[in-house]
Design a protein around this ligand. Structure first.
Ligand code: ADP
Length: 620
């Protein structure tokens, strides 16, 4: 990605080759269809010009009826070519419509399978954002459009060159004067083509120079555009912001800042279109000169009698097309190379390697739930951070125990859970499951042991049943039982479509809106449905008041039966029913014991926190 515009021709070729393979894998024979479409377009255009020219020649010359009939019937071939052209266009167009979503799906698939830590990594997110920002101007569509231009240029060049070559062999069939002999000579034709090619070459050089400037202007415009999009779509188009805007009368400030982005975007657009116009001005100038020269050249040939009016039509058209092909080539090559910045970023993203070690050992499926997890002197720093989020943590979960992890915000509780679930690996130390380092286990197998309800859990716009079971075909009675246990029985009675009701109205007007508390219950039911030996509540109830949280935690405690349950909270009262309480502070576990035992230590953190928080709780 950093090698922008610095790739060698070979590197650019390899990128295009890989992109084309990916496109062909998605839409078999896609490049063949593009080539075929371009071939048909060129054949229809060159063919009809050729037939028209031949008919004119025949009408102004021998006027043979048989030949005229043959020439006119060639138009039938044109109809067949047009049908084939339209068929291949349909295939090409279908891909063009799906391509942006298909690209997004590939990127999303990568997001699902990449190491979790990469999903939180700012540089990875920036990379993804940059790909999205550039996708307005670049992408697989842009590549295929330019491949099409390449084939257009190629077929026009081949067909028109094949016709134009005969110019060298067309001579006047009469005695010529000295000046006329010069016009008639092949050297005159050669000189004409040398001038035309020289003009095309100069124009090509100009075009390359402009293309580079246009690419840079486009990049600036894209950046400004994505800022504008962000402002509109993410920042302002959010019901949450509407409240603050009104209460604090922020509309003036917002408009001011929006206008700044808008002006910036507008000025980049102006620059871009100024360069684009300049490019076409130069192109038109060269085209005008070359065309004028072509007219003069072909007219002189007709004048000396090298060929008739039909030849004039034919050669003038073909030479103009050859020149346009040169322009097409220079535009499509520079655009393909510029678009490769995007393709390179795209593949870099897909190729991002996994840094975590994934073992192969299956976890034991124990009916007795005898699992033993131990942290061995574990320390952890988040990528890019110098601070330890966890420091020298040694800790054991005994089977069937209720363990609470309490501590102030930022003390490392959630980080400990992320390490436990292998969303991250420890920076130092290791974690074992039944005595074996957890990195040695098959990852999916290992994750199957945990059901976690995170603080920022997410439900999706699927049906209620699918949200709980996380699959399409699920056990209805088990889902109902889990929802019931989680306390949603009464609410469920009010929902018409029961488990088939879609949550939220994003995709279904009849979708149901749910309160924050109901969402928590559904998330808890999802954890119960998974029926994993370890269940963890990582403060999904933080937005509730302490008493409500205590109630949910203790009810959950009854639901999980013989499983190992871990409760996390910054509120000590929520977890006092637990057998063991681990007190976290600044990334370390500083105390471990039962509520009563911990309270006995009057110098301990637990005692200090308990007393500080107690004033907010109404003891029953
Ligand atoms: P708790 O769950 O106790 O509130 P966390 O485990 O979330 O605490 O956070 C522990 C420390 O790690 C905090 O200092 C927090 O700022 C930091 N931290 C948490 N998540 C990240 C992250 N994704 N990247 C960098 N630092 C993080």
């Amino acid at each position: 990605m950093n090698a922008k515009n610095k790739r060698t021709l070979k590197q650019d070729y390899l990128l295009v080759k890989r992109a084309v393979k990916l496109i062909n894998d998605n839409t078999p024979h896609f490049v063949f269809y593009i080539a075929f479409y371009s071939f048909c377009c060129a054949a229809v255009s060159v063919g009809s010009n050729y037939i028209t020219a031949s008919i004119v020649d025949e009408l102004t010359g021998n006027r043979r009826i048989k030949i005229l009939i043959i020439l006119l019937s060639c138009y039938l071939l044109e109809i067949v070519l047009k049908i084939l052209r339209d068929y291949s266009w349909r295939r090409v167009r279908t891909f063009h419509i799906i391509a942006p979503k298909w690209e997004e799906m590939l990127l999303n698939a990568k997001n699902f399978e990449m190491d979790y830590k990469k999903t939180e990594d700012a540089s990875v997110r920036a990379k993804r954002q940059m790909i999205t920002d550039r996708s307005d101007e670049s992408g697989f569509n842009e590549l295929t459009v330019n491949i099409m231009y390449f084939f257009d240029g190629l077929f026009y060049l081949l067909m028109c060159s094949a016709i134009t070559v005969s110019l060298f062999f067309r001579h006047a069939g009469r005695v010529l004067s000295g000046g006329e002999r010069i016009i008639d000579s092949p050297l005159f034709t050669l000189a004409f083509f040398i001038i035309i090619f020289a003009l095309s070459f100069i124009q090509y050089k100009f075009n390359i120079r402009f293309s580079k400037t246009i690419v840079k202007a486009n990049q600036k415009k894209s950046l400004a555009q994505s800022r504008l999009h962000y402002y509109f779509d993410e920042y302002l188009d959010d019901s949450k912001s509407a409240k603050d805007v009104r209460i604090f009368n922020q509309s003036k400030l917002i408009n001011h800042s929006f206008n700044r982005f808008y002006d910036e975007w507008g000025s980049y657009n102006k620059t871009l279109y100024r360069f684009m116009k300049k490019r076409y001005d130069y192109y038109n100038l060269f085209y005008l000169i070359s065309n004028a020269l072509t007219y003069v050249f072909v007219a002189l040939k007709v004048y000396i009698g090298a060929f008739g009016i039909g030849g004039f039509i034919k050669y003038q058209y073909c030479i103009a097309r050859i020149m346009e092909s040169g322009f097409d080539f220079s535009v499509c090559f520079s655009k393909i190379r510029a678009n490769n910045d995007y393709i390179e970023m795209f593949f870099e993203y897909l190729d991002m390697p996994s840094e975590m070690h994934y073992g192969k050992i299956p976890t034991e499926k124990r009916s007795d739930n005898i699992y033993d997890i131990e942290f061995h002197n574990v320390s952890f720093k988040y990528p890019g951070s110098d601070e330890y989020a966890i420091k020298n943590l040694s800790f054991r979960f005994k089977v069937g125990e209720r363990v609470a992890v309490v501590g102030m915000n930022g003390s490392g509780k959630t980080t400990m859970i992320k390490l436990l679930c292998r969303l991250y690996d420890p920076t130092e130390g290791y974690i074992t499951l039944n005595g074996i380092d957890i990195t040695k286990y098959d990852y999916e197998d290992y994750l199957a042991l945990f059901a976690v309800v995170f603080q920022d859990f997410r439900l999706f716009s699927f049906t209620l049943g699918e949200n709980v079971a996380c699959e399409k075909d699920y056990n209805k009675s088990k889902v109902l039982q889990c929802l019931d246990t989680a306390g949603l029985e009464e609410r469920l009675k009010q929902i018409d479509r029961n488990l088939d009701a879609v949550i939220y109205k994003d995709f279904d007007d009849d979708g149901i809106e749910i309160s924050g508390g109901e969402a928590q219950k559904i998330a808890i039911a999802r954890a119960l449905y998974k029926d994993a030996p370890f269940v963890i509540l990582d403060e999904p109830t933080a937005s509730l008041d302490p008493l409500a949280e205590y109630e949910i935690y203790s009810r959950f405690n009854d639901m999980v039966k013989d499983k190992t349950a871990v409760y996390i909270s910054h509120r000590l009262s929520s977890c006092r029913f637990c057998d063991k309480i681990a007190v976290f502070h600044e990334g370390k576990m500083i105390q471990f014991g039962s509520h009563e035992k911990l309270l006995e230590n009057k110098d301990g953190k637990y005692y200090e926190l308990w007393n500080a928080q107690a004033q907010y709780y109404i003891e029953k």
